[in-house]
Design a protein around this ligand. Structure first.
Ligand code: PLP
Length: 376
């Protein structure tokens, strides 16, 4: 047997990581400005994290949700405090798509409605409901097309109003900052109006903070730049620093119904140990503040580079749009300058470094990035 061949891969295999650096088997060092797709939050192989997971595994790695698990309560309490949502409840699952799947289902259980509004260029995952609210027909099997989802232009409040008029929409789902859509930041005014219209029409507002959350934007959640409080928030990626764990933050307006949601693996002991360790390190090392400071420094410096058409984003979620395709530039960055970056579409770089990235590492990135630009 061999792996099902659905990924295009670089011919590099990391065998070791430390902070914002990764190393291949020849000992070549790479600067990680991709973070394994925005997943690495506290840095690769953080000693506190490694010790916490090792200790937990030596005690007990897993049991199902049929037993008491005080690590889940401990984590929920820490998350509530750090995120500013201590009155919400937490349902833990295993991946971003699964978090959105549960969010959409919970909204529909609550409202008794079927329809969902999503946005152009949205990405919410690959499972049944998550892929249906994702705006990419290539990911949809005929089986997924229920006709329950309407896509509307991003930042278009008139279109939202129009869709919610008929009181048949269960939820509106939106990313805190669109990631795969090209680092598109929603206008604060738009989010405020969206929140108001959702409340007025009894529509559940779901904020997908899977990529933009967990401190990446320089605030715990990107939507906190607009000062809104959504009904449901989904988290994943940075939450486990690579351990597969995700969560649904649920406002007090939802009543928990025994047996309505469930999972075998979600919130097991090892997953909670990972999530607790990440949140401890984030607080101890002020990583949200670091993301804000180093992120705004990077954005400021990148805006001075004339070849870049537009710099978008907040904190350490940065998009760099070019007029022409960037493939050659990205390959040179990786293979000649030893820097990992993300892309979206053909013309946009996505910078998603670990939240612990230092100003010195940001300067090193800028130096290597400019070198590649000069060679072109
Ligand atoms: C905004 C957003 N939502 C959902 C997902 C899906 O997460 P997962 O791949 O863990 O299912 C992603 C993954 O990139 C994402 O960026």
């Amino acid at each position: 047997m061999k792996p099902f061949d659905v990924y295009s891969r670089w011919a590099i295999e990391p065998v070791k990581g430390k902070g914002c650096k990764i190393y291949d088997k020849n000992g070549t060092e790479y600067l990680d400005f991709y973070g394994g797709h925005a997943v690495i939050s506290i840095g690769h192989s953080h000693p506190y994290y490694v010790e916490a997971l090792t200790k937990q595994l030596q005690q007990i790695g897993f049991y199902s949700n049929s037993v008491f698990n005080s690590l889940q309560d401990e984590y929920a309490e820490k998350l509530g405090k750090l995120s500013g949502y201590d009155d919400y409840s937490l349902f833990m699952v295993n991946s971003g798509a699964e978090a959105n799947e549960n969010a959409l289902k919970l909204a529909s259980f609550h409202s008794g409605r079927k329809k969902v509004v999503s946005f152009r260029k949205a990405f919410h995952g690959r499972t049944f409901a998550a892929v249906e609210v994702t705006d990419n027909p290539n990911y949809l099997a005929p089986f997924n097309e229920t006709g329950n989802v309407r896509f509307i232009p991003f930042n278009d409040i008139e279109a939202v109003s129009e869709q919610l008029k008929q009181d048949d929409v269960s939820s509106v789902i939106i990313e805190g900052i669109q990631g795969i859509g090209g680092i598109q930041v929603p206008e604060p005014k738009f989010l405020q109006e969206l929140s108001r219209i959702c409340k007025k029409t009894g529509t559940v507002l779901i904020l997908d903070e899977i990529q933009s959350g967990y401190g990446r934007s320089g605030k715990f959640f990107a939507h906190q730049y607009a000062g809104i409080r959504p009904d449901i928030i989904t988290i994943a990626k940075g939450m486990g620093n690579g351990f597969p764990v995700s969560g649904v933050l649920i406002s007090p307006m939802f009543k928990a119904v025994s047996g309505q949601l469930g999972t075998t693996f979600g919130g097991g002991f090892l997953a909670c140990a990972a999530a607790n360790a990440v949140i401890d390190v984030m607080q101890a090392e002020n990583l949200i503040e670091n993301a804000a400071v180093v992120g705004s420094y990077l954005i400021g410096e990148l805006k001075k580079i004339p070849q870049i058409k537009e710099v978008r984003g907040h904190g350490l979620m940065i998009g760099l749009e070019f007029e022409a395709p960037i493939k050659t530039m990205r390959d040179r960055l990786l293979f000649e300058e030893k820097v990992f970056t993300g892309v979206t579409g053909s013309n946009v770089f996505r910078l998603l470094p670990p939240l612990c990235v230092s100003k010195e590492e940001a300067d090193e990135f800028l130096k290597r990035f400019k070198k590649v630009l000069q060679k072109l």
